[in-house]
Ligand binder design. Sequence first.
Ligand SMILES: Cc1ncc(COP(=O)(O)O)c(C=O)c1O
Length: 377
Amino acid sequence: MSSTYQSLPSPCYVIEEKLLRNNLQLIQQVQQRAGVTVILALKGFASWPAFGIVAEYLSGCSASSLNEARLAREEFGGHVHTYAPAYTEAEFGALLTLSDRLSFNSLSQWHQFSGKVLRSGISAGLRVNPGVNEVETALYNPAFPQSRLGIPREELDALPAGIEGLHVHALCENDADSTQRLIAAVEQKFGHLFDQLKWLNLGGGHLMTRKGYDLDLLIDSLNGLRQRHPHIDVVLEPGSAIAWQTGVLVSTILDLVKRGGKDIAILDTSATAHMPDVLEMPYRPEVRKAGMPGAKPYTYVLGGLTCLAGDVIGEYAFDQPLKTGDQLIFEDMIHYTMVKTTMFNGVQHPALAIEYADGNIEIKREFGYNDYRNRLG
Ligand SMILES: Cc1ncc(COP(=O)(O)O)c(C=O)c1O
């Protein structure tokens, strides 16, 4: 544990500049070697105090709402590629002023808004469903046959006039072989439209910064696609890969209780409010210096601060008995955390800090009563 975390408010997310830059440098290599553009999917990581670092390597963002498009434009700069499952008339005018490319999820939405898009000069695309099955967790699989996300092949014998791009998103934390199969599926199902395309967005879920990821296979697959279709600008829009393992959630033990023979530590953080994927995905986050239950002498259930019975992070073993006031460090707590937190039960929202490469930590945001109150009336 970094002793510098002792001076932070608790709980607190800490983004580590050095780790973020490592990811971005690797992604930079992919852009250069594969001749593709990689943009940041804000749905996975939108902590704008760190955008200055990200923007040194990436030229834009992918937005999935008016708020994300505005954040991209105002805080990141560069290209904004927007896609949402549906657009509203009320928001569409503003979206047009904030987006460079805009993808539609259905032909009906395209027909509803095509006049405005064509007058605006923005490049329009269609999200299609490539029908691949690369994601085991149903909650995160967008490409099953009945999915509401993406137009099926049957509806697209030809591209409507005015459409310049295709957008697919079918992966989640996948390796390069999934991207290879995704490319093959898109070419097989939608290749008849490629002559008319200016761009192809291969979505997110390419976890290129995970240890063991086959970067050469990704780069070869992308180069193959580009050689077969040199007129098409290929874009990837990962979220997780950018913020993968780039920081922690620092928490503190508030109490230790014994219930039904189990030792339980109650923390000042929460699975449901501060790390919701632990319950949604579900998965077991790593806790620094802890092991599997029984692997070390002292095993505890780690529980959250909300009243939800299932607000439990899991069971972890430690070398020493835990004490009230001890810090626990949850690893890899930057992507899909801050963007999904809630203020359920009014529990204290974690502060947000950046640990710069020189070791200096700056607290960027702390939350208080007014943040809670203002969401509710
Ligand atoms: C359309 C779209 N693009 C990009 C992403 C980012 O995916 P990931 O964070 O898994 O790379 C998502 C995630 O849901 C998405 O829905």
